[in-house]
Design a protein around this ligand. Structure first.
Ligand code: GRF
Length: 203
C-alpha cells in the first residue's frame, strides 16, 4: 500500500508510523514525504531513511487554491493509495480535499468532536472535562470533522498543564496513528454509505 505523508514540523508521528510499519512487516510503502516548511526536522529524518522528500512552500503561491493545486499534483505524481496528514499545519481547500476523499487521514490532538482547531490541550483543561486524547479521522472539507477511525483517551490529572497534557497525548498519538496506518495498509478499513468507519477484525 502506497502512502504519501504531509508534515510541517518535527514529524514525530511520521517517525513512529514508519518505524512501527517496518517493525511489524506491514505492507506499507512511504513513497514521499512532503512539507510546506523547508526546515521541518521531519524532512531531514525522512531523507536519512532514504524516503523521497519534497518541499512546497505556500509562500511561493498567490492563493490557497494555487498552492493546493500544486500540492495535489505533487501527491498524484506518487500515485498513493492514501495521504497521511501528520502535523501538516495548513487548512486545505474543499477542492483539494474532494480529490482525496476517503483516501486522506489526519490525527487531531483531542477527542473529537470536542476541541477542533488549535490549542486543544489548554481548552480541554479550561473546560474542566475529565478525559482528553487524540483522534484519527478521514479528512473532509470541514476542519477536524471527518469520519472517526479510532481514538485514544487519557484522564486529565489535577496537576496537568497544557504542556504536560500535550506530552502525554503525544505518547497516545504515537501508538494510535501507526495502528491505524497498519489497518489501512492491510485493507481493513472501510466506510459505509452513512460515512461510518468499519475496521475488519476490530468490531
Ligand atoms: C500532533 O500533535 C498532531 O496531533 C497534530 O500535529 C502534531 C504533529 O506532531 N496534528 P509531529 O510533527 O508528528 O511531531
Amino acid at each position: 500500500c502506497r502512502f504519501v505523508v504531509l508534515i510541517s514540523g518535527q514529524g514525530t508521528n511520521l517517525r513512529e508510523i514508519v518505524r512501527s510499519c517496518r517493525e511489524h512487516n506491514v505492507p506499507a510503502e512511504f513513497v514521499r514525504v512532503i512539507s510546506n516548511q523547508a526546515d521541518a526536522p521531519g524532512l531531514q529524518w525522512a531523507r536519512e531513511q532514504g524516503i523521497e522528500t519534497a518541499v512546497l512552500s505556500h509562500r511561493d503561491f498567490a492563493s490557497r487554491e494555487a498552492f493546493d493545486a500544486a500540492l495535489a499534483e505533487l501527491i498524484q505524481e506518487s500515485m498513493p493509495e492514501y495521504v497521511i496528514l501528520a502535523g501538516f499545519m495548513r487548512i486545505l481547500t474543499e477542492g483539494f480535499v474532494r480529490q482525496f476523499e476517503s483516501r486522506m487521514v489526519n490525527i487531531h490532538p483531542s477527542l473529537l468532536p470536542a476541541f477542533t482547531g488549535l490549542h486543544s490541550h489548554a481548552r480541554a483543561i479550561e473546560s474542566g472535562v475529565g478525559w482528553h486524547g487524540c483522534t484519527v479521522h478521514f479528512v473532509t472539507a470541514e476542519l477536524d470533522h471527518g469520519p472517526i477511525i479510532a481514538q485514544a483517551a487519557l484522564e486529565i490529572e489535577p496537576q496537568d498543564t497544557p504542556d504536560s497534557l500535550a506530552r502525554r497525548v503525544q505518547l497516545l498519538e504515537h501508538r494510535l496513528y501507526p495502528q491505524v496506518i497498519e489497518w489501512l495498509a492491510r485493507g481493513r478499513v472501510s466506510l459505509d454509505q452513512h460515512n461510518k468507519v468499519h475496521v475488519r477484525g476490530v468490531e
